[in-house]
Ligand binder design. Sequence first.
Ligand SMILES: [Fe+2]
Length: 462
Amino acid sequence: MSEEARRILAAEDFLRRFAASVKAIQLYSGDHPIVRRAHEQFAEHLERMLVEAPQVVVGLVDRQVVVDAVPVTVGSGTAETVERFRSNGIERIAFARGVTRDELNTFSGKLAALRAARDDSEESLQALASSHIQLGRLRIQQRVESGHGGVTAIQETYRDAVASAEALWEQTKAEGSPEPEMAMAVVEGLASGVGQNRRAMLALTAMCRYDNYTFTHMVNVSVLTMAQARGLGVDGALLRQFGLAGLMHDIGKIKTPPEILTKPEQLSGQEFVVMMRHPTDGAEMLRRHLELPPLAAIVAFEHHLRIDGTGYPAGVVRPALNVATQLCSIADVYDAMRSQRRYQQSFPTERILKVLEQQDGTRFDQHLVRRFSQLMGLYPPGNLVRLDSGALAVVLRTHAPDPARPTVRVVVSPDGRRLSHPVDLALWADAGPSGPPPRIVTPVDPQEAGIDPFAFLDAHAA
Ligand SMILES: [Fe+2]
């Protein structure tokens, strides 16, 4: 069974067991075996879901129920309980990891005892809550300001890394070789960012910038290399080696004359020969530092070589390229094409992935390219997109089996209203009672739309 089919079944099963637990206590006393069994089954199911995520959120939008962004069909077994929530103004229930069985049983009992009459005051909602069960209206929660993977902290990590990459570049230029401790400090920050919130880190690499290209590119290649490596099971010290290799892959360019480095037009033959020296120069610089892992020098040397033997330094014959080089090259080509610079428009993801797939898959390893396109999707996290309903949405998570249909957060309604209560939608889901989910029509420039997609990445919706 596919991962997504499993998520849909788990969401449906969750709602069914939740409703059964509330219904049982409406009909029988608390110590009746039917009640005990219903409570037990609900608690077990929730515990399984909380192993995978720190919280499970049930949202009600009109009569649509969404469990962890998956729309769930309301059937005969669940309709009465859903109506009970609605008539009491409950739009959102969040179960946090650590919830006890006592808390769940008490909660089901309180829900069952609710009068059918509408009573949706804030006090009556909060009377139902407990330390691990929160209730309320759909709302944007405050951004997490702590250092535990909240977007503000991640944004700071990213900004610091770009500033440190610039300092590292200048230091290398002045002294002729990079300061290992400085380089490793940059990677440490980025690696912890990738570990805490890979989605937010990937989204940050998607923010187009005209200025600072050299340094944002260093940081982006490092993040994109580590994100791919994480997907292959690489972690810990080795992950940091991959990140360092990504960060330093182009360091040899400090020796390339700036007029060649920033020339908007195509390079002449002679200029290209000069440009082609940067892998060798970089490897030479990195090799001298025994504190730096040899992988950084290997990747710097190999990153313009291709698996079919093309590329440069010319004449180098390798039976195989290091996997870190292959991940770094994919990240390098992707980020270079995606970035908008003074003399280059940014290319849409679809076009870039085509470049990585072309030449009959002889230049880049197609398994790695496929994994990369699944990681980024056609619309990478943090992208603002227009749906065929006319609504604007921020891409939250890619959906590996269908890169064109990610999970999104709708922030502007089809009639152009900014939603004060953004709604999460799984565009890959099957048709629900209200028809199939909308489709993405086109990416939208966030600046033109006056929307900061990043502000929505950490806000919780249904
Ligand atoms: Fe390069």
